[in-house]
Design a protein around this ligand. Structure first.
Ligand SMILES: C[S@@+](CC[C@H](N)C(=O)[O-])C[C@H]1O[C@@H](n2cnc3c(N)ncnc32)[C@H](O)[C@@H]1O
Length: 236
């Protein structure tokens, strides 16, 4: 997969991808990351990328002609997706990450100031995503978050692909709590069942705690979850 970030601040984005699992994914050729700066496509001496909002009001808006030229400079592959980061967008969720992970070319547009002139959304965006009900100064962190969620789903990126199935949100529930050694730390114990070697009992304990966490932390997800008869028994 190729991921292009269109950002006024490539130095906020590319270095963050050069670590750990994402860096390995790039080194092994599963993904490649690149950034394009709209400022390189400004035509005036000041390399202007923004203008005052039409109709008045505070702040500045990124110009569609400059951002459009930056987008047109990319060699878009067939089936590409162009994602706009925007607090007005649909809330980005795991199902979107799964959907996008199937394409070969992803472009993520990072807004700044009061955002990008809406004609860019109209002309180019295949998806408009918000990462939550709050406003950040720019789209760079949302873009990184979206890229990370997508890349870890690509085949070969995680050492043990089974960990995807155990993740929160993989089946509509949150994950169960995790423990490692030592068995006792500061008076807190690892639950005995996890050290028992009884795989059936461990699976039941994990499922029960996934159900309990989801019901407690995210009743909205719990209401939507499809529970089996054994799930109901586990909860009782
Ligand atoms: C300061 S924000 C613009 C906010 C805009 N004036 C509004 O009220 O909706 C600048 C840029 O940050 C990014 N951004 C900020 N918050 C975001 C969020 N919750 N989700 C996705 N992108 C966000 C977008 O790229 C946006 O264009």
């Amino acid at each position: 997969m190729r991921i292009d970030f269109v950002t006024l601040f490539p130095e906020m984005v590319l270095p963050a991808l050069r670590h750990s699992i994402l860096a390995r994914a790039e080194q092994t050729g599963i993904v490649s990351f690149a950034a394009t700066n709209p400022r390189d496509f400004a035509t005036d001496a000041h390399r202007t990328v923004d203008g005052r909002p039409c109709g008045g009001g505070p702040g500045m808006v990124m110009r569609p002609d400059v951002v459009g030229r930056a987008l047109e400079s990319l060699d878009l592959m067939p089936g590409h997706r162009i994602v706009l980061t925007d607090p007005n967008g649909e809330r980005f969720e795991q199902r979107h990450a799964r959907d996008i992970a199937s394409v070969d070319h992803l472009v993520i547009l990072c807004g700044h100031y009061e955002g990008i002139d809406d004609r860019i959304r109209q002309r180019y965006a295949s998806d408009v995503f918000s990462i939550g009900d709050f406003v950040l100064t720019g789209g760079e962190f949302p873009a990184l978050l979206i890229a990370d969620a997508v890349v870890r789903l690509l085949p070969g990126v995680l050492g043990d692909p089974d960990s995807l199935g155990a993740d929160s949100h993989s089946d509509g529930l949150l994950s169960y709590p995790q423990f490692t050694l030592p068995r006792e730390w500061e008076g807190f114990q690892v639950p005995a069942v996890l050290l028992s070697g009884d795989h059936g009992a461990i699976a039941r304990w994990r499922r029960r705690h996934a159900l309990i966490s989801t019901r407690r932390q995210r009743p909205d997800l719990f209401c939507r979850a499809r529970l089996s008869k054994s799930d109901v028994d586990l909860l009782q």
